[in-house]
Design a protein around this ligand. Sequence first.
Ligand SMILES: Nc1ncnc2c1ncn2[C@@H]1O[C@H](COP(=O)(O)OP(=O)(O)OP(=O)(O)O)[C@@H](O)[C@H]1O
Ligand SMILES: O=C(O)[C@H](O)CO
Length: 523
Amino acid sequence: MAIALQVLRHFARAPSRPLLWGCPLTRLASGMALEEQARQIFESTVGAMLPGPMLQRALSLDPDSGQLKVRDRSFQLRQNLYLVGFGKAVLGMAAAAEELLGQHLVQGVISVPRGIRAAMEHAGKQEMLLKPHSRVQVFEGAEDNLPDRDALRAALAIRQLAEGLTADDLLLVLISGGGSALLPAPIPPVTLEEKQKLTKLLAARGANIQELNTIRKALSQLKGGGLAQAAYPAQVVSLILSDVVGDPVEVIASGPTVASVHSVQDCLHILNRYGLRAALPRSVKTVLARADSDPHGPHACGHVLNVIIGSNALALAEAQKQAEALGYKAVVLSTAIQGDVKNVAQFYGLLARVAGACLTMPAAGTSVEEDKQLYELAAQLQLPDLQLKEALEAVVGAQGPVCLLAGGEPTVQLQGSGKGGRNQELALRVGVELGQWPLEPIDVLFLSGGTDGQDGPTEAAGAWVRPELARQAVAEGLDVAAFLAHNDSYTFFCRFQGGAHLLHTGLTGTNVMDTHLLFLRPR
Ligand SMILES: Nc1ncnc2c1ncn2[C@@H]1O[C@H](COP(=O)(O)OP(=O)(O)OP(=O)(O)O)[C@@H](O)[C@H]1O
Ligand SMILES: O=C(O)[C@H](O)CO
């Protein structure tokens, strides 16, 4: 959603359908076309990760006793509950929390992306908005996902609220992706501009989110456990919506309620790796040198409960449940799909071929060569949690429709000036791959969708494809390779079959990365 807010006005007008939270899909199964089933599963998966349902799963309040239950822990509420939050999905999370906690909530401060309230209003998403006389103060800032003066003001208000708490208080911290940029509080003498410049340079030179956030933590008053420290001796409960593969709480939004385990040496290694150590501003050197000799060490976080309430893994578990309800043998392959979109597309293309053969000819199987190639492709992608062997074994035993599920965030090396997003580009590339081999006698469909409802700077969440795509595109006079060469997947899908393959959910107010669904259905 980094560039989301530039296009939110346009996006808010995009046609969208209500998400199917809690809708029993079995009811819909009979006679449903494969693409309809795929859409339904995607939409209900996103629906399960919406702020309302997520918070209701994580929190329960006994209105009589005032006991707040968070997972297996209980907290007594008595006019002692405060709330802070920062991240792209935090407005809806705060609205859901306010709804759930009612009068118990004394005061709150949240930092959310600029324009998000207007966008939600335009999109008619009332459930994502706070009440008119809310006790939660909203700051909007961090345009283009970069820390700015407004986000700094928000961070200082959040710090002030936290510092004023006592041992009788409970601080609820709502965290989602984009939280790092929305909570900047550089340690003096580092300035906001210096921190912004360093973050930009690191990102531009290819630092990953773990590396980026290690540096952000070292230079911040609130990241790396600093917020938890400011709130001490109050109890702290962090409800975290993960946008990072593997859900590492110390990385998501730079872990403001998680003690940092990184040393100054770790930071210097990272800065060296990206050629930034020599040109560091004096202020950054001063802060790092000070941290090296800090007698207090990392912030202690014994008074904190960190809870992941939404993640790609939870979304895929929901999708798996929905697919099973429709009669599919559903297997989660990985929640950590990363790497260049071209390699990921090749992987899914070959996976469809190998799994298709396992399904239709379980005794004969695929050629040894194809199996080997598939495992090699998987190894290149370095997916830590890949269940490829298990998935293929399940397909062999399936004797019926199969749905392979995965999630993560592939990357697109932008070369052209076209309009698209990583989900649409992945789907288009997989469509081409699927068309290369006959997959008779099975129906195949691949869907890729972003759970935030916005794929790149487009108004679609993603797209779905079938093996016939390339042939049908030629018949419509569309040159798929030319669209791909310019990263113009959105324009392609808008023209192809009148835009029927695009996924339109509208801005969802959540973000747990992308979901990939591969359906194989014997005819
Ligand atoms: N024309 C394009 N074709 C394909 N991908 C594109 C195009 N333009 C931008 N992108 C990709 O879109 C991504 C940015 O979009 P988006 O805001 O959805 O992702 P993000 O910043 O990772 O946010 P989030 O994690 O919240 O989804 C980048 O990965 C970028 O490479
Ligand atoms: O805010 C951040 O640090 C990223 O979105 C990862 O959570």
